[in-house]
Design a protein around this ligand. Structure first.
Ligand code: MG
Length: 380
């Protein structure tokens, strides 16, 4: 059970919902908050939660915030150093990392090294460096609680079953706004940003539309739960009621169900092993009526196929996949490429790359920079 919390990325979708969960739990003290540049929201959070430290990535915004909150006891720091200071601040027992992108990796590693438990919403940490990070987690004896709904579901299904071998993981996917499409050619960013079930940040919403999000989640699940990728089954389940399932050797399948509400997995990551009452919307089976399942179409959702091939290749390839995808999504938002070209761009970057095995964290950063550079300068 978390007592003193740091929220990295507190002004984003997961960050603000985390603070809502803390409001409900009442017992958690906020030690530090961080933001990229949204200082209006951060200022309100500082006044409400009175953290000892607030970090802002953008230097100018940090300077502005410093002036605005000089009547409080919160110290404002900036840039990557500030972010790392927040991630390792003394007294905090848990760091919730909801940063978006590969920028989330270093703070996770520093927090683990400082002996903090991690509530992990940042996907890139495990996608790019799962092997290294999981090793570090066990060396340091800290806990890693997944915040993502699918991984939280699996984590919950496994409780009480430790020691039993996992036969398969069934990772559910909503299928996004383009489920059933025969091609992603001609779809607009606007359409992609309207996710049928989940209200999330912009980058992850695009990743859900291309199903890259599910590919990244397969990679995370492999490292979190030590399961071969061949034993992870992606199941399209448009109603998003079953958040994922674990199949055991005796053919029993255990599922975790609930409304599509991120506050539930966030709360469990912070209260585990306890469960704290809340007034969030409850599941009404009669309203739902039926739930359905489909196979994902890998010929349409090529990003999912690419992610599976990247983890199959292994080594530094998932880091390259991830970086190429981040650049592709940026290029989509700037109007430079279309949604269907995201996969084309990633594929070009991956095939131009020579993978490295026996890698360290610095190799991951090198692979990441190489892939970004290549993805920015490649025509599709
Ligand atoms: Mg998810």
């Amino acid at each position: 059970m978390t007592e003193k919390l740091v929220v990295l990325g507190s002004t984003g979708s997961i960050g603000t919902q985390t603070l809502e969960v803390c409001d409900n739990m009442k017992t958690i003290e906020i030690e530090a908050l961080t933001a990229g540049s949204r200082i209006d929201i951060l200022e309100n959070q500082i006044r409400k939660y009175r953290p000892r430290l607030a970090a802002v990535m953008n230097e100018e915004k940090a300077a502005e915030l410093k002036i605005r909150v000089r009547d409080t006891d919160t110290r404002v720091v900036s840039g990557e150093d500030g972010l790392l200071e927040a991630a390792t601040i003394d007294k905090a027992d848990t760091v919730l990392n909801s940063l978006v992108g590969n920028v989330g990796l270093k703070p996770t590693v520093c927090a683990i090294n400082a002996g903090k438990n991690i509530a992990l919403a940042n996907k890139e940490t495990l996608v790019t460096s799962g092997e290294l990070v999981m090793k570090l987690v066990s060396e340091k004896g800290v806990n890693l609680y997944p915040v993502d709904s699918e991984h939280s579901a699996i984590f919950q299904c496994l409780r009480g079953n430790s020691g039993n071998k996992i036969k398969r993981l069934h990772l559910t996917a909503s299928g996004g706004p383009f489920r059933g499409y025969k091609s992603l050619k001609g779809v607009s960013v606007d359409q992609a940003l309207h996710h049928p079930n989940w209200d999330m940040g912009k980058k992850i919403t695009i990743d859900s539309a291309t199903m890259m999000n599910k590919g990244l989640e397969v990679i995370e699940a492999k490292w979190l739960f030590g399961v071969d990728v061949d034993d992870i089954n992606v199941v399209v389940h448009p109603e998003s009621i079953i958040h994922s399932m674990v199949e055991f050797e005796d053919s029993a399948v255990i599922a975790q169900l609930g409304m599509p509400d991120m506050r539930v997995p966030i709360a469990y990551a912070l209260s585990c092993p306890e469960r704290i009452a809340n007034d969030f919307p409850k599941l009404d089976f009669f309203k739902i009526g039926r739930i359905t399942f489909e196979k994902p179409d890998l010929n349409v959702f090529k990003c999912l196929k690419l992610a599976l091939s990247a983890i199959d290749t292994g080594g530094t390839m998932p880091a390259v996949l991830n970086a190429a995808n981040e650049v592709a999504v940026e290029r989509l938002f700037s109007g430079d490429i279309e949604l269907y070209q995201i996969a084309e761009l990633i594929e070009k970057v991956m095939s131009a790359y020579t993978v490295k095995y026996n890698y360290s964290l610095s190799d991951i950063f090198e692979a990441d920079s190489w892939a970004r550079e290549y993805a920015r300068n490649t025509e599709v």
